[in-house]
Design a protein around this ligand. Structure first.
Ligand code: BGC
Length: 433
């Protein structure tokens, strides 16, 4: 079959992120930040206080880190040695869901299953030692309200998590209950932070001039150090880190695929920005557009962002690898001209994502600079989309240049791999110092 050219062009224009569009997004993002600083309820972003600023880099000692925010949960014992140095003493990890075997994140799962699973992993990480005192930092990567560093109440699940009975609860209370049930009373949670905050703490532990932390993976979100907020209950220096929860940024126009995806998601009306840019959703957007081209609207082929990477990185003349992925998922053997279109569409979705995410970073850079000059700074980013998806980093750089002009020389993004665990240990160290 040959795709309908008009339909293809229409789909491509839906996913275009023009220079005007991303500039408008950056401007609206900054406006929303400003509004939120005055009154968080008026912003589409939650702008949650984390009760922690930047570390000094001198934090030391051994801490437990629980990294809970995606399908894979990790528990680490990390020895902080100061000046950016650290050693992972022990690391355990398991998925919260193995399709066909068990599922601790779906609608039919329970609080006991989910937190019992976490407690079991913690038990493994401490190797059954129920005597030694372990201070635990918890990276909990969902929107949560805090009124100090150690208590976070889940506002709403994101990333299609659906376990009943957790929303509205203080997560470390649930964790403590589960630990108690396993006879563990020597693990003491002392800090709970978002994964973006963890990335920022981790990067700032190792180098200077980092004020923004971001996750660009299954989910998407960013935090930054807001120097105007000082709170006696906060730890660390330089002000307070605000977890923006910008996955919920709403002030940008979705296309018809975004609207359709949202309708069919676990939480319609929530997380507009995240649903346009993150790994969890890019595969679905691609899926919907491919189904339209194949005249099979509504069909679910199960494309993931990993498939998208595979297709887009195929540089062979006949696109054999791309053809194999498309055939495997859709059951269609496409002719080369159509495969080229699929690859173009794939690239357009990835590039839109990278350009929109960059616009949000620039909104933060502008906001931090205020009336003053933009200073040299690194935006620390962790996540598989940023790290591994083709086209992402080069398009971030291009969009930074487009939006910042000569100031782009002062701003770059840096990978902080594994920051979620290290950041939790640093937060725990800051809390007990
Ligand atoms: C959550 C954020 C988190 C991000 C990345 C989003 O769905 O709302 O809290 O930082 O995913 O994990």
């Amino acid at each position: 079959m040959a795709f309908n050219e008009g339909n293809f062009q229409d789909i491509m224009s839906e996913f275009a992120a023009t220079p005007e569009f991303i500039r408008e997004v950056a401007t609206n993002f900054q406006k929303d930040l400003k509004i939120g600083l005055r009154d968080p309820k008026s912003s589409s972003m939650r702008m949650l206080k984390s009760y922690v600023g930047l570390p000094t880099g001198k934090e030391t000692g051994e801490f437990l880190a629980l990294d809970f925010g995606g399908t894979n949960v990790r528990v680490l014992r990390i020895k902080l040695e100061g000046e950016g140095r650290y050693e992972v003493v022990k690391k355990v990890g398991e998925p919260l869901i193995i399709p066909g075997k068990y599922d601790y994140i779906g609608k039919n799962s329970t609080v006991d299953e989910m937190f019992g699973f976490l407690a079991r992993l913690i038990d493994e990480a401490i190797e059954g030692d129920h005597e030694t005192k372990f201070y635990l930092g918890h990276t909990f990567s969902f929107p949560s309200t805090q009124d100090d560093l150690n208590n976070a109440k889940l506002i709403i699940w994101t990333k299609e998590f659906a376990t009943p009975g957790v929303e509205g609860k203080v997560v470390n209370d649930l964790l403590l209950d589960a630990l108690k049930k396993r006879g563990i009373e020597n693990v003491v949670p002392v800090a709970v932070i978002n994964d973006t905050v963890a990335v920022l703490l981790s990067a700032a532990y190792k180098q200077s001039e980092v004020y923004t932390g971001s996750i660009y993976a299954t989910g998407h979100n960013t935090c930054y150090l807001e120097s105007s907020i000082k709170d006696p209950k906060g730890f660390g220096q330089g002000g307070m880190i605000l977890n923006l929860e910008c996955g919920n940024f709403m002030k940008l126009t979705p296309n018809r695929f975004d609207i359709e995806l949202d309708k069919n998601s676990e939480k319609p009306g929530e997380q507009r920005f995240e649903k346009m840019v993150s790994g969890r959703y890019m595969g679905e957007l691609f899926n919907m557009a491919v189904a339209e081209l194949l005249d099979e609207i509504g069909k679910n082929y199960g494309f993931t962002s990993i498939d998208m990477s595979g297709i887009v990185e195929d540089d062979t003349a006949n696109l054999e690898k791309a053809a194999a992925i498309v055939a495997e998922k859709t059951g269609h053997k496409l002719e080369l001209a159509d495969l080229k279109k699929i690859k173009e569409l794939d690239a357009a979705i990835i590039i839109r994502s990278a350009r929109l995410v960059t616009a949000s970073y620039v909104g933060i850079v502008w906001q931090r600079a205020g009336e003053g000059a933009i200073t040299t700074q690194h935006v620390a980013v962790d996540g598989s989309v940023y790290e591994k998806m083709p086209l992402v980093q080069e398009n971030i750089n291009k969009a930074l240049r487009e939006l910042l002009g000569a100031d782009a020389d002062k701003v770059d993004t840096i990978l902080d791999n594994g920051g979620s665990g290290l950041g939790a240990a640093i937060a725990a160290a800051m809390a007990v110092s």
